[in-house]
Design a binder for this molecule. Structure first.
Ligand SMILES: Nc1nc2c(c(=O)[nH]1)N[C@H]1C(S)=C(S)[C@@H](COP(=O)(O)O)O[C@H]1N2
Ligand SMILES: [Mo]
Length: 421
């Protein structure tokens, strides 16, 4: 019964009160559909539906590939897998989801506005989505968006938070207008230091006055050509769960700076101080610490460019081949604000390394494709390890890098198992 009903009831923003309780009219409609009164319906916690109306196949309903991994459903946190990330341009169904709150109830693009204000904006200005589309030149870039906590699962002692394995990264093609063009149109003063975004998602408490997350970047990063106010992903409307109808997209930095469902950007005369800017969120100790150490708030530094990293996206770990065959492997490598200068692979647990073929990025801040044909000397069990190096000579570590309290920035080399028989 639940399965059938779940597809019939479509929620509307007006179905909830301002505090997130289901309105009588919505409860009545649901009751009719169930053929039974929802007797204590007015006691349901904010933004909670009766079980009979909850999605029975969430991945399908959210348009996600069946092999994606749900880490959490309130809020939605869904990760991808190495072999699902093989495309040059990540399709929507294989893109990880990281929500800190609940989805906005209203995504109407026709009534959507973006306000630019803050201390460093003498004359705040509000644009409709249509204004943005009509008044500014459109640009498309492929941009790597990786959660700062991707790889957290490997840290020991464990760090609290979503236990991402390695699938919290994507590289889609984003289309929109440049934030720098819009800021030039608004006019910002010389004391501008930082921007901060505000999205329309709903705080987990249901309190409409609470902001879920509001992060940002220094002006220099905000004014880069590739920093977009995006309204399209992969040539279509952005999926709701990824920020429809308007998203800030900033490649190469922790994905938490790429605000979804944005309606406001503040240009600040100091480092932005919105929720999740403060220590220890998206910060690491300024100096390395012992695993498990306690770190004082003032000893944390904000994460900026993400470290060099790579993924073997083909074959899937556990590949089997016959003796004498060579194994074609491929994957992607990326390096935050930098370029990747080389990718190497090893079949002897890192004792020796050989170069993979590496393509240039289609644009700055996109990931780069690598390929290789791997030969094995005899029958047996092997691992293929991949290691990328950035344009400043820094390479990925073989094992988990510096422990930090929140488990950020794990860029350890990716490995796959191979059996030759
Ligand atoms: N408004 C809003 N923007 C947000 C978030 C959020 O919870 N709310 N999560 C951030 C974090 S922590 C990440 S990792 C990325 C995830 O983007 P994705 O879900 O489109 O993959 O969105 C960022 N932007
Ligand atoms: Mo994130």
């Amino acid at each position: 019964m639940a399965e059938k009903l779940s597809t019939q009831f479509k929620l509307h923003p007006g179905d909830f009160t301002r505090r997130g309780f289901l309105k009588k009219s919505a409860l009545a409609t649901m009751g009719t559909m169930l053929g039974a009164d929802i007797v204590f319906g007015k006691n349901l916690p904010p933004y909670t539906l009766p079980l009979a109306f909850q999605q029975s196949d969430p991945l399908k309903e959210l348009g996600k590939h069946p092999d994606m991994i749900i880490l959490n459903d309130k809020p939605w946190n869904i990760e991808s897998r190495a072999h699902l990330l093989d495309d040059d341009i990540t399709p929507a169904d294989k893109m990880f989801v990281r929500n800190n709150g609940l989805l906005p109830l209203d995504n109407d693009p026709y009534n959507w506005t973006l306000t630019i204000d803050g201390e460093s904006v003498p004359n705040p200005k509000t644009y409709t989505l249509q204004d943005l589309k009509e008044q500014f030149t459109h640009h498309t870039y492929q941009l790597v968006i990786e959660c700062g906590g991707n790889g957290r699962k490997e840290f020991n002692p464990p760090a609290k938070g979503n236990q991402w394995e390695l699938g919290a990264v994507s590289c889609a093609a984003w289309t929109g207008v440049r934030l720098k063009d819009v800021l030039a149109d608004v006019g910002i003063s010389n004391d501008a230091v930082y921007i901060g975004y505000y999205g329309k998602d709903i705080h987990l408490t249901g309190n409409p006055d609470k902001t879920v997350i509001s992060r940002g970047v220094p002006m220099e990063k905000a004014l880069e050509d590739e920093t977009l106010l995006a309204f399209q992903m992969n040539g279509r409307d952005i999926p709701i769960i990824h920020g429809h109808p308007l998203r800030l997209v900033i490649g190469g930095w922790p994905a938490s700076v790429s605000g979804k469902w944005i309606h406001r950007i503040a240009v600040r005369n100091k480092v932005h101080d919105g929720p999740k800017m403060e220590a220890p969120s998206y910060r690491v100790p300024c100096e390395p610490v012992e695993p498990g150490a306690k770190v004082k708030d003032e000893d944390f530094c904000i994460i900026e460019s993400m470290p060099v990293k790579s993924l073997i996206t083909y074959p899937k770990s556990g590949a089997m081949i016959n003796k004498g065959q060579s194994l074609p492997i491929r994957g992607h490598a990326w390096a935050g604000d930098l370029r990747v200068s080389k990718v190497e692979y090893s079949i002897d647990f890192g004792a020796t390394w050989q170069s993979a073929d590496l393509k240039p990025a289609p644009n700055r801040l996109a990931w780069q494709r690598f390929t290789a044909n791997v030969d094995f000397p005899q029958k047996g069990y092997y691992e293929v390890w991949a290691k990328a190096t950035d344009s400043e000579g820094r390479s990925q570590p073989m094992l988990v890098p510096g422990w930090n309290p929140k488990g950020y920035l794990n860029n350890a080399a990716h490995r796959i198992a191979v059996k030759v028989s």
